[in-house]
Each structure stands twice: as C-alpha cells, then as structure tokens.
Design a protein around this ligand. Structure first.
Ligand SMILES: Nc1ncnc2c1ncn2[C@@H]1O[C@H](COP(=O)(O)OP(=O)(O)O)[C@@H](O)[C@H]1O
Ligand SMILES: [Mg+2]
Length: 600
C-alpha cells in the first residue's frame, strides 16, 4: 500500500490549497485502515506490475533483435526461430499476467470497499432517527453504495494505471537513454511537452463535463416531475409552461454537451498530433544521425514502437490524477457521514430486572422539532398491568412507544423503569426487553424461522416450535409446506395480513420481553386469523406489563387502565373499571358511540 499512499501524499502536497489538509490525513487513514489487511495482495500486485512493464519494454527489443538477425548477410535460422518463440512466450505471459493483475486489483478494490460499506452501513443503522428522517432512501444508497463503488473503481484502476503507467514511462525513457542519449533527450523533451499540452486541454475539458453532468441531472429532474405530475399538469393546463421549462433544460444540456464534446475532440486531436510529432522527430533525427550513431532498421523500429507506447501511460497518469480528485470528494462525503454522531447513547450499564417491570412517564414533553407533540405526560404501569392507549391519528401514541425505546429522547421529564431513569440501561438492553408489535410487520423473503428469529442462528428449531405451540399456532404451522424452512413471499407461501401479525407476535414472544407495546391494527385482520391473533395476543400479554394502542373495543376490555390522548395531551387517565362506571367520562362516550367512529 505504501506506494499508493506515497503518491497520494505527494499529489496532495502539490495541490495543497485546493484540498484541505484534514481530507489528506483522513484519506491516508482510510487507505491504511482498509488496505492494511490486504497488504500481501498489494505487494504481489506491485511485483506483477513491475514484470508487466518489463515485458512492455522488452517486447520491442525482441523484434528489434529479430529484424537485425533477418538483415544479417548469413541467416542464422536457429536464432531467428528462438527469437520468434521467445516473442510468443513472452506475449502469452503478458496476457496471462494482465488477467491476473486485473483480477487481483478488482478483488482488492471490492474487498476493501466492501469493508467500508459494511462499516458505513453499520454506522448509519446506529444513528438516531433524526438522521434517518432527514434522508431519502436514494441519498442513502447513493452515499453508501455509490460513493463506495466510485472509490472501489478508483482503488482498482488507480494502482494498475498510475503505478503501471509510471513504471512503463520510466522504463521506456531508461531504455531509450541506454540506446542513445540524444534520443533519450528527444523522448524526455517530448514527455514534458506532451504532459503540459494534455494537462492544459484536460483542464479546460473537466469543468465542461462537470457542467454536463449537472445539466443532465436537472433535465432528468424536469422529466421526472412532468411524468409524476402528469394528471395535475393536464388538469391545470400547465402543459405550456412545463414544456417551455423542458425545452430550456434540454437546450442547456445540449449546449453544454456540444462544448464538452468539441473540447474532447480537441483532446484526441492533440493526442494524435503529439504522436505524429514524436514519430517525425525520431525519423528526422535518424535521417541526420543514423550513420553517426550507427542506427539501423532494428533500432529505428525499437524507437518508433517506444514512441507509440509512450503516450498511453502519459494519458493514464493525467486521467488518474483527475479521478483522484473526484475520489477525494467521495472520501470527504464519506467522512462527513462517519463524523455524524448519535445523540442518543448508552449512559449507564444497568441490567434489566428479571421480574415484570414498572414503567413510568414523569412530566414528559417531547417534540420532533420545535413544536411539542407530547405535553406533560404522566402515567404509571405497575408490574404485569396493562394500559390501553386511545387517541386519534396524530395524537402521539406511536411517539410514546418510540420514546420508550429511546429512538428519541424527551425534551423534558423522564421515563422510569422500576423507578430508575431508563437512560441508565444500555440501549441494547432496552431494545432486547421491550417488544414492539405494530401493524407494519417488516418481513423478509426468507424462511419462516429466519423471519421469526431475525436471523439469529443460535436459536434452535425446538425453541421456535415451542413458542409457536405456546401461542396456539401449532395448527397453522402444521399446514406449512416445508415447516420452518418454508420461504415466505415465494411460490412456497404468501401471507395474509393476519398471518403476518402472527409472525410478529411470535417474534415478540421469542424475546421473552418484560414490556410489550402493541400498536394494534385497526381493520386489517381477516376474520379467519383474527381469532388466532387474539389467542396469541392473550398468551403474549399474559403476566407482562403492556401498553396497548387499541382500535378495537374487544382489545380494550382486557386492559387495566385507560389513557386518552388528544393532540399530545392527556385528556383522561384512570382505571378502566371506574371510567366505565362514570357515564360522563370520555371513555364511556367512546363505548357508547363506538371506538371506530370516534377515532378514525
Ligand atoms: N418522524 C416524525 N417527524 C416529525 N413529526 C412526526 C414524526 N412522526 C410523527 N410526527 C408527528 O407527531 C405527531 C404524533 O404522531 P404519532 O405519534 O405518530 O401519532 P399516532 O401514533 O397517535 O397517530 C403527529 O402530529 C405527527 O405528524
Ligand atoms: Mg401511530
């Protein structure tokens, strides 16, 4: 790795002022961290590249030897034959080496950046909800996968192209100098002129291409907007306005592309011109110097083929340097995300008690933004008791569940578990002991078992089966075509909403939680499974402290206390039995009018 690192450092010190120092340090640390485990491969790659460049330089020498042997007055057929065979073997080796190098460098690029992807994904998963709420899925994919892919491309081609080109260039110059210092000087002068010329054209072209990318993105944005808003646009007669915008974007894009294409053509023209110039230089010099320097057909061939080979490494070196700048921008973005820290962290290391817990909300206020969505919330659930949480959509029920998990922390007040601030328990402990069952069941296209255990391979089939039996689901399980290995969302099995709910309940039950929060489905259940769900629920809640966010009266009949929320405030809180007795209570009215009518 040290070679690449060195180049990075060197390149950056040349460009200091453009790229800020932290990113240099960070780049090096990133390379160190992710490349170090693969040091042997990197070394091997360097050695193979050295051999490859060696062959590139050796090849014209073999042909030159061949030409000279053929031109001898007395033909030595044996030598000519040997030269031919050597040429073929060397080139075969060249091809094989090339493939091996490609393979190693691709492999290296993927392994290193996959490690980076994993780290970045893990980092993001552990970040607060606040982070996730602010980001669109597309952005996440673009950052974690897109940026890492660009980096992996850079890692893989940078080593091959930059190092390989550098070695080849140096090798050619040395070989030519050995042949004759005059030609050496011609080649060196040419290298410098070509580097400057190509660099200058690229410098003009790069910003143009960047502009093309911007205008193309903008154009796609306009097209997407037009398609997704098709009906509205038609209905409102906005066609003309939007077509004009489309034309404008398309025009800008076209103009940018034309300019960039022209400059790119100039770049190719300069390339060809440079190649021609060198050939002319070699031929003219040979015309005057051939006799004095003893240049024959073989040497002339050698020089011309070195001349033809020298432009490619020059181009690649420049191109890689440019790529490196893009990659550094990627690295900056990756760093930006790694630097985001969770505000919600472990603040203590208490273990959850073994017995049922007491949960208390103590004068709690909370808002996702400035505006509070929960105000002065106080309630207490004694061990093994159940609280029914009732309120319209948007009143803050789900938010209460999120706070218990510490997906967010309250602005004011506390959540207490057995009288202790819940922050005193590690997040993992909290999330292990509290089960949250919602109507949105997250299922994977995987076996029933993996879906229930969340891919916890320590869980045995027996454990899962026992839970299924405990929940009264033996019958359901028995009709699965492949038992626990039945893959859902496949031809094996599709699931009804009720069955999904059953899986979610099994999952929760397997955790053996100390507190269950149930965000009940309002009307999704099919009558066929509703009974089973009710039965399983009863089992899950048996003897556990629970919060039940209920939409059905049937569920509310099983709770001990009722809490009614309205716009984030408690409007009623008391024992269910007493609220039922009092005809003026909100709850009694709910019962009379029907919960569905009032709450939805
Ligand atoms: N992630 C979020 N970011 C900002 N506001 C939110 C978020 N989730 C919910 N809210 C708002 O908080 C309030 C309470 O929402 P929620 O707890 O989901 O209510 P309920 O579960 O009772 O329907 C609503 O006004 C809702 O718009
Ligand atoms: Mg909700």
């Amino acid at each position: 790795m040290s070679n690449t690192k060195l180049l990075v450092v060197r390149y950056l010190s040349i460009r200091k002022g453009v790229i800020v120092t932290p990113s240099l340090k960070y780049t090096v640390s990133l390379l160190k961290k992710y490349m170090n485990p693969y040091l042997p491969q990197v070394m091997l790659l360097a050695v193979l590249l050295l051999i490859l460049s060696g062959i590139d330089i050796l090849n014209p020498q073999i042909i030159r030897y061949y030409i000279e042997a053929v031109n001898e007055p007395v033909l030595n057929t044996r030598l000519i034959l040997i030269a031919s065979i050597v040429y073929i073997i060397v080139n075969l080796i060249h091809r094989v080496l090339f493939v091996i190098i490609r393979w190693i460098s691709q492999n290296l690029a993927w392994s290193t950046t996959n490690d980076l992807r994993i780290d970045l994904t893990r980092h993001c998963i552990n970040l607060d909800m606040k982070f996730h709420n602010q980001r669109k899925t597309g952005e996440m994919i673009e950052r974690i996968d897109g940026d890492a892919s660009t980096l992996s491309e850079f890692f893989s081609t940078f080593i091959i192209h930059f190092l390989g080109s550098f070695l080849l260039l140096a090798g050619i110059l040395i070989a030519v100098f050995i042949e004759s210092w005059i030609y050496g000087l011609i080649f060196l002068g040419f290298t410098i002129i070509a580097l400057v010329a190509l660099y200058l054209v690229r410098k003009v072209a790069s910003p143009l291409w960047k502009k093309v990318r911007e205008s193309t993105t903008a154009l796609f944005g306009v097209i997407e907007e037009n398609i997704s808003g098709f009906e509205d646009i038609r209905a409102n007669g906005a066609d003309e306005f939007l077509m004009r915008r489309f034309h404008e974007s398309a025009q800008t894009d076209f103009r940018n592309k034309s300019k960039a294409m022209i400059v790119s053509r100039v770049y190719y023209a300069v390339n060809i011109l440079m190649g021609a110039l060198l050939n002319i230089g070699i031929l003219v010099a040979s015309y005057f110097l051939a006799d004095r320097l003893g240049i024959d057909g073989g040497v002339l061939f050698l020089l011309l083929s070195y001349g033809n080979n020298i432009l490619r490494p020059l181009r690649l070196i420049l191109w890689q340097l440019e790529q490196m700048q893009n990659s550094l921008a990627n690295i900056d973005r990756i760093k930006e995300w790694f630097d985001i820290k969770s505000e919600i962290t472990d603040e203590g290391n208490l273990l959850f008690p073994d017995e049922d817990i007491n949960l208390e909300f103590d004068t709690l206020d909370f808002g996702y933004s400035e505006e509070l969505v929960l105000k002065n919330i106080n309630f207490n659930i004694e061990p093994g008791k159940k609280l029914g949480l009732v309120g319209r959509t948007g009143s803050g029920k789900t938010t209460i569940a999120r706070l218990i998990f510490r997906l967010y922390d309250p602005n004011n007040g506390k959540i207490k578990i057995n009288g202790l601030n819940s922050k005193k328990f590690p997040l993992s402990e909290l999330r292990k002991n509290v089960a949250y069952v919602t109507q949105e069941v997250e299922l994977f296209k995987a076996s029933i078992k993996d879906n229930i255990t969340f891919f916890d391979y320590d869980m045995t089939d027996e454990q899962v089966l026992r839970v299924l039996e405990d929940l009264g689901l033996k019958k359901w399980y028995d009709q699965l075509p492949k038992g626990l290995e039945t893959v859902i969302f496949s031809e094996d099995l599709g699931l009804s909403a009720g069955e999904e709910q059953l899986l979610a309940l099994t999952r929760a039950f397997l955790k053996n939680p100390k507190l269950v929060i149930l965000d009940e489905a309002s009307s999704r259940l099919d009558p066929a499974t509703e009974k089973q769900v009710d039965l399983a629920l009863e089992k899950l809640l048996e003897g556990r402290s629970a919060i039940i966010i209920a939409h059905r009266l049937a569920t509310l009949q099983k709770v001990d206390d009722i809490l009614i929320l309205e716009k984030g405030e408690i409007v009623e809180y008391g024992s269910r039995a007493e609220l039922v007795k009092n005809p003026n209570s909100h709850f009694s009215k709910l019962l009379q009018q029907g919960i569905q009518e009032v709450l939805t």
